[in-house]
Design a protein around this ligand. Sequence first.
Ligand code: DGY
Length: 435
Amino acid sequence: MNNALYKTAQEVLNNNWKNGFSVPCAKLYPFQWFWDSGLIAIGFAHFDMPKAEQEIKTLLDAQWGNGFIPHIIFHTESDTYFPGPDFHRSDLHPLSSKKYKSTGMTQPPVTGFVLEEIYKISKNKQATLKFIQEEIDKVYFNHEYFYNNRDVNNEGLVYIYHNWESGTDNSPIWDDIWKTMNPPEYTFERRDTTHVDASERPSKREYDHYLHIIEIAKEHNYSDEKIAELSPFLVQDPLFNAVLIKSNQSLINLYELIGNNDAKIKQLKQWQEKAIKTFNTKLFDENLGAYVHYDLRNEKQLNFLSSSSFAPLFANIPSKERAETMVNVMMERFGGNNQYLCASFDPTSERFNPKKYWRGPVWVNLNWMLFNGLINYGYNTIATRVKNDTVSIIEHNGFYEYFDSRKDIHGTVNAGYGGNNFSWSAALLIDLLNK
Ligand code: DGY
């Protein structure tokens, strides 16, 4: 194990800890983010369990009265971020938290599987199970929110209504959806491009689209029914749904450990069965040999390969045979000699951009899921490559938010992009080094 790197990773996490929660990184992201928070807790669990638990507690404390968990919780005032609480106006929703200001959108629901990971890591299982017992029903309530409000066809797949809900903010997958919209040219002051080079961030015009969807949701006080009816962005995302399915399974496993929760286990199993069945029929693209996004507003698949296409391995969704096809496709398109695994978007596509956020760079969180997914299906050699690639990009550049996928430029120039000292890059490196 690389001890110096491990120690630096711990320092990154400790520096981003704000007494109760962690920021993804200073200045660029100065609040608590949903999926960051969950993944950060996995890192802390290896060396500071009280912080891991507090991170999750604080996140779940911001849950709304309908089970919804927001994507950003604005714990503090900050003028280094746009759009902040005054733009998002979570108070418009009648059941939003009275205690915390937040956004009115969510993010991939990692909390279920995070609780199980923390349990697996824990050296004091009894104490950790007690903590889980106190928190787990909130996570169940969150899943109930999704299936009751966001599965409009009652088919087991939930929608996202904003690209920021996907986590893969400016993926080229959304380009076709932007073409169906013509938002106004808003006037606003971006803050992200004062911290990070604009070539590594979304464009102004993309931000117009992002803000416009929020304006529509706000006009209807973030009503789920109205959003489902009116949002120009309505997508069934394979990463988001795979994360939900993985978390369902973790809730089943944990409730079985806890005991006396038969009704919840039964419900989770029903969701799970329906979800996996529809996932495999609706989101698989036979031509590409992997999973793709489904545009629910325009009723069609979005036929592009991205790192999200392989995330279903993490949740045991594909059959063994299908997994074999996917892994071959991944190695052919994303695994070339000069490519670090795994680019966030198809390196052979003309939309690929190795520097721009989710349009090509490698992300540690997706690599971590891929690593675990490959292990699930017995692809140990390729899993080891994903792990080694992840360690290598961090060793070369530091704990950046994302990294260039082109191998040959690492070592000659800085090939780490976005925020530096980024929490989940540190947290998941710690976890990978333990595996
Ligand atoms: C941002 O500000 O780019 C965030 O990713 C939104 O969640």
